[in-house]
Design a protein around this ligand. Structure first.
Ligand code: PGA
Length: 251
């Protein structure tokens, strides 16, 4: 495989799987993917499954991530958890600003930026999600929306630990994925913006994932694109066979 950056295949389980299902899943998955050294595999279960899943995967190649955090360390924030509370739990990644968080829970670039900073402060890597809505794409606003999300979300963030996930909102959970060419076009734009915000060297090192209806039958063509460094998978990461096939992508 001729990829400059270590591919990252991440499963976002959203609000699916009770703890015993999550545990059994990772035990099975670990058997299937333990031989891969040229790609990184990540699962993001619900928070209630994190302690057990982390324990099961402690000596595994599979990494553990969470789907959301609040940015304060502790305090009167009913229902929230902080990145600080995850330290010691073998959590490597935190998804920040998923479009479902933006749309259903009212998150904006400012709060997402605070979350990114707080995740970095606790030694974990944020997976910063950005993407345009369908009407924005139709109006030709894709690039300006992406640029705004990047500039506002990364404002003041100095780090060497960052992953970006480009997830066009119209492709999430709809079965309508961006074509590899559409995704590549936006990924290369994101890399150019990262080189302006940071530096060319930094932008070459950052992984940019694609997300939105990734399936076994489109993974290979997506991963063949030069600026697609991995994927963030929702629905197709819930079944062991489809997730294992996505992990086993071929370029
Ligand atoms: P999907 O979700 O693969 O089910 O479209 C992707 C995501 O929300 O990260």
């Amino acid at each position: 495989m001729n990829k400059k950056r270590l591919p990252l295949i991440a499963g976002n389980w959203k609000m699916y799987k009770i703890p015993i299902e999550a545990e059994n899943f990772v035990i099975e998955l670990d058997k299937k993917v333990s031989s891969f050294t040229d790609r990184e595999v990540l699962v993001c279960p619900t928070i209630i499954s994190i302690p057990r899943v982390s324990e099961i995967l402690r000596d595994s190649q599979i990494r553990v991530g969470v789907q959301n955090v609040f940015y304060e360390k502790e305090g009167p924030y009913t229902g929230e958890i902080s990145p600080w509370m995850l330290t010691g739990l073998n959590v490597s990644y935190v998804i920040c600003g998923h479009s479902e968080r933006r749309q259903i829970f009212g998150e904006n670039n400012k709060t997402i930026s605070l979350k990114i900073q707080s995740v970095i402060n606790c030694g974990m890597t944020p997976i910063f999600c950005i993407g345009e809505k369908s009407e924005e794409r139709e109006k030709g606003l894709t690039f300006s929306i992406i640029e705004q999300q990047l500039i506002q979300g990364l404002s003041g963030i100095q780090t060497h630990k960052l992953v970006i996930a480009y997830e066009p909102v119209w492709a999430i959970g709809t079965g309508k994925n961006a074509t590899p060419q559409q995704a590549q076009e936006v990924h290369s734009f994101i890399r150019k913006k990262l080189s302006e915000i940071y530096s060319k060297d930094f932008s070459e090192y950052i992984r940019i994932l694609y997300g939105g209806s990734v399936k076994p039958d489109n993974i290979d063509s997506l991963m063949a694109q030069p600026d697609i460094d991995g994927v963030l998978v929702g629905g197709a990461s819930l079944k062991i066979d489809s997730f294992a096939r996505i992990i086993d992508f071929k370029v």
